[in-house]
Design a protein around this ligand. Structure first.
Ligand code: HEM
Length: 134
């Protein structure tokens, strides 16, 4: 795995590690008020980003400038959305979660375009024992 695929997958692992620490803190403190922020850090940060990483690993031809823009939008989305949900729950401000949500949606729509543009691209051979793709 390398390039945008690695960026997505490595950042997903960072987000789930932070999400787990957050979850452990909620468990230990008994304060579950920010559970929706924890859930979105894990589901948008870990599950969604990891799936993007797997896609770019499977379809290396999709890596390029649009994929880099996709990574930037998705990253800004996670950074604004997860803490933004916490700030909104705490009654501080809703601005970050609104901007983060639109960045996250935009990143998914861009991903849709990338998937369709690469619909006939060759898929990497990921069978056991197959030579790694160059
Ligand atoms: C060390 C690992 C984790 C710990 C200690 C943890 C802890 C928690 C706690 C304490 C809650 C609040 C439960 C409640 O109020 O009913 C929660 C909710 C939740 N967690 Fe986790 N969690 C962990 C990992 C994950 C992961 C990996 C995911 C998703 C991939 C996840 C998704 C969710 C979801 C969807 C909710 C419900 C949020 C809501 O009700 O608004 N959690 N978790």
């Amino acid at each position: 795995m390398r390039g945008v695929a690695l960026w997505f997958f490595a950042s997903a692992v960072v987000y789930v590690s932070l999400g787990m620490i957050f979850g452990l803190w909620m468990s230990a403190s008994g304060d579950h008020m920010l559970a929706p922020a924890h859930a979105h850090l894990n589901l948008v940060g870990w599950v969604t980003m990891a799936l993007f990483g797997v896609y770019y690993h499977l379809v290396p031809a999709a890596q390029g400038r649009l994929a880099t823009l996709h990574f930037a939008l998705a990253t800004i989305g996670v950074w604004l959305m997860a803490p933004g949900i916490a700030l909104a729950i705490l009654g501080k401000t809703e601005v970050p979660v609104v901007i983060g949500s639109f960045c996250t949606l935009a990143s998914m729509l861009l991903f849709l375009a990338i998937v369709l543009m690469n619909a006939s691209a060759r898929t990497a051979d990921v069978r056991m024992g197959a030579a790694p793709a160059e």
